[in-house]
Design a protein around this ligand. Structure first.
Ligand code: CA
Length: 227
């Protein structure tokens, strides 16, 4: 799941980005409202976390502009000002939650999870399935035939992408940009290595194979019976 943070305070921004990345989210961080607006309009996110006091466009204006362009992504405001009028203003603008600084990371994470669950219309829709493989986006848990499979954050991201686009051949360049947040560099075999590890965890010893290499093209997740 992808989160956009717009926060001009370097320490807070870095801290949030690191914490949410470690919690398994893909995070983009913008340092001002102009960059934030550009990202919000051109990329797809599951959640926005917006600081109110920003240079250039402030958080209120930013959300109003985002909503005007038709993007309805759930949004949480962060602010140092503990004032009821701010809170009302934020909620009127279509914010879904409001967190007053300073806050604990645990509290932020709990609220993020609640918003994501709500945004997806209930916990059931936070599950991705194919055959007997299940991926729970909120609990960050993967099972096959009910048996828990432990994945690293990258392996989880990789599997999530494959499951969201099952049946589609995904080129390495797309995987690199979505999961590693980097441009594809043909000198690196980081994707092959991660894919091999993931495949061992998901498919080894299974009669039905799910992860497949399409030579010269990329990878696809689909059900294939072993002959
Ligand atoms: Ca600020």
């Amino acid at each position: 799941m992808k989160i956009l943070i717009v926060e001009d305070e370097p320490k807070t921004g870095d801290y949030l980005r690191q914490g949410l990345t470690e919690a398994g989210f893909t995070v983009d961080l913008a340092r001002d409202g102009t960059d934030g607006l550009h990202l919000a309009q051109h990329q797809s996110y599951d959640l926005f976390i917006l600081d109110v006091m920003l240079p250039g466009i402030d958080g209120w204006t930013l959300l109003a502009d985002i909503r005007k362009s038709g993007v309805q992504t759930p949004t949480m405001f962060l602010t140092a000002r503990d004032q009821v009028s701010d809170k009302v203003k934020g909620l009127e603008l279509g914010a879904d939650d409001y967190l007053v600084k300073p806050f604990s990371f645990a509290e932020l994470l709990a609220r993020v999870r609640t918003l994501l669950r709500r945004g997806r219309g209930g916990i059931e829709s936070a599950m991705l399935n194919i055959a007997d493989l299940e991926l729970d986006l909120l609990r960050r848990r993967v099972t096959r035939s009910g048996k828990r499979i432990d994945l690293t954050a990258k392996e989880f991201g990789l599997l999530e992408l494959l499951m969201r686009r099952q049946g589609e051949v995904l080129p390495r360049s797309l995987i690199a940009s979505q999961v590693w947040d980097m441009n594809f560099d043909s000198d690196t075999n980081v994707i092959e290595v991660a894919m091999r590890r993931l495949r061992v965890k998901i498919d080894d010893g299974q009669g039905v194979k799910l992860i497949h290499t399409v030579r010269g093209m990329g990878y696809v997740l689909e059900v294939t019976e072993v002959e």
